[in-house]
Structures are given as C-alpha cells and as structure tokens.
Design a protein around this ligand. Structure first.
Ligand SMILES: NC(=O)c1ccc[n+]([C@@H]2O[C@H](COP(=O)([O-])OP(=O)(O)OC[C@H]3O[C@@H](n4cnc5c(N)ncnc54)[C@H](O)[C@@H]3O)[C@@H](O)[C@H]2O)c1
Length: 250
C-alpha cells in the first residue's frame, strides 16, 4: 500500500507499538501511506498488518514491559531502516475492573503495560531520535483522563500518568528537536473495545453522550496523528489532543 508522499517531505522511520490490530494497525498503515517506513512492535502476531502495508512494514515481536526485548527490538528497527524518527506508544490494556475488586497485581499489570511500556520504548528510541536531530513521540492516552469512568480507575490513572510523561518529557527533549504529544481517543470501535468497554451496547451509550452522534472509528484519529508528526508541527509539543466527539471539552 503506497501513496505518493507530499513533495519534499522527507521519508521518516516510525515505530508503532501494539501494531497487531486496532488503532496501532490503523496508525501504522496511515504512516506507511504517507511514505514513511514503519516498524510494528507487538506481543501478538502482526501478519495481518504486514499484509495490509506490504514492504514498508517491519514487524518485531517484543513485550513492551521487558527492557531487554524492547532494547533489542528498537535496535533491530534502527539497523533495518538506518535510524528512527517517530515513535507511537500505542500498546496498552484497558480491562474494565470494579475498583473494589482491583488487586495490587491488577493495578501493577496495567501500570506496567501502559506506563513502563512507553518509558522503556521511549528510552530505547531516544538515542536514535537525538542522533537524527528530529523526532516525534506520540503517546496514545484516552479521553477517560478527562471523564474518569468508575470501572476504569487503574486504567485512567495509568493514562493520566502518560499525560504527565508527555508534558515533562517534552521539556526534557525539546532541545534535541523532538516533540512529545498525546492523542486521547474516546471509545473507538476496535476488536478489543468491542469485547470489553463497548460490549452490551457500550458504543451506542457513549455515542449518545457525544456531541458528534456517531461511533468513533480508528480512521477518525488518523488526521490528528498526521498533524502531530508533520514536518511543520515542530512548535506543537507537550500537548494532549482530545478526539472524542466532544464528550469532554478540554
Ligand atoms: N479502542 C478504544 O476505545 C480506545 C480508546 C482510548 C484509548 N485507547 C488506547 O489505544 C491503544 C490501542 O487500543 P486498541 O483498542 O487498538 O486495543 P488493541 O487491544 O487492539 O491493541 C493493543 C495492542 O497492544 C498489544 N499489547 C498489549 N500488551 C502488550 C505488551 N506488553 N507488549 C507489546 N504489545 C502489547 C496487543 O497485543 C494489541 O495488539 C491502547 O493504548 C488503548 O488504551 C483505545
């Protein structure tokens, strides 16, 4: 799948975590269509994403919570494509959990994937972005940070942490020509969302609370991703952009 990239736009190398399906697959395909070379990092099989994108895609199997696996996955991507410029920290888990039934292990598992993961991937990628003197780090958070739903307390806490990470990291790496921003989707129709948060009419309930009365689809996020990683967006950093059909006014 290829689309002629805009004239004069450099071809960048992007790494998308959680690219086996859902939003990550959409993000990887979007970046590839824009002419970037794209690697996916996931625990799960990425063959459907590879089939969709073709030669511009390089899948690397790794667990974002494992420092050694992340380190070698990022090094493999940089070696394969000759560098790294764009990191989309998308891998995440969002199991609905009653707060009063949440164990310390549940809590830690959610923090490990949703917070340790972006920390490890970003730390491993940073030397390559610094060497390039240009970078875009995009953290996928969630509109729950503005809404605070009762069954997602641990998840909301993890994504709010990632908003803090976005803000402070933007200050730490700005001098290297690297921007750091977060995108906060509302409930979006992916297979995982359909199995969990969106089950039993959840998509329709959320749609009816939105200003935009439609169910959010992965494709509704791509223009924001392209905006954030654009060559011309160097002054956009430390921000969290909420794309939830107007449920939270932020
Ligand atoms: N779909 C929504 O409604 C929605 C809304 C707001 C935010 N988000 C966020 O968007 C991201 C993607 O969500 P999605 O709906 O596409 O879910 P998804 O389950 O389809 O995608 C998540 C991917 O992350 C991978 N992953 C999970 N743990 C991993 C680990 N330890 N190491 C490597 N890969 C791992 C999974 O294998 C999966 O492919 C998540 O961070 C989620 O919190 C989703």
């Amino acid at each position: 799948m290829s689309e002629t990239p805009s004239r004069n736009a450099p071809q960048r190398v992007a790494l998308v975590t959680g690219a086996a399906g859902g939003l990550g697959r959409e993000f990887a395909a979007t970046l590839a269509r824009r002419g970037h070379r794209v690697a996916g990092l996931d625990l799960a099989d990425m063959s459907e994403t590879a089939e969709l994108i073709g030669d511009a895609f390089h899948p690397v199997r790794a667990d974002v919570t494992d420092p050694d696996e992340v380190e070698s996955a990022v090094a493999e991507v940089a070696a394969r494509f000759g560098g790294l410029h764009i990191v989309v920290n998308n891998a995440g888990i969002y199991p609905p959990l009653e707060f009063e039934k949440t164990t310390l292990e549940d809590w830690r598992r959610i923090m490990r994937v949703n917070l340790d993961g972006p920390f490890l991937v970003t730390s491993a990628a940073l030397p390559y972005l610094k060497a390039a003197g240009w970078g875009r780090i995009v953290n996928i958070v969630s509109a729950v940070v503005f809404l605070g739903p009762p069954d997602l307390v641990a998840y909301t806490t993890s994504k709010a942490g990632l908003v803090g990470f976005t803000r402070a990291l933007s200050s730490a790496v700005g001098e290297y020509g690297i921007t750091v921003n977060a995108i906060a989707p509302g409930l979006t129709r992916t297979e995982t969302a359909a199995r969990t948060t969106g089950a039993d009419g959840g998509f329709e309930r959320v749609r009816d609370l939105q200003v935009v009365r439609a169910i959010e689809e992965p494709g509704d996020l791509v223009s924001t991703l392209l905006y954030v990683v654009d060559e011309g967006s160097g002054f956009l950093t430390g921000q969290t952009i909420n794309i939830d059909g107007g449920s939270a006014k932020h």
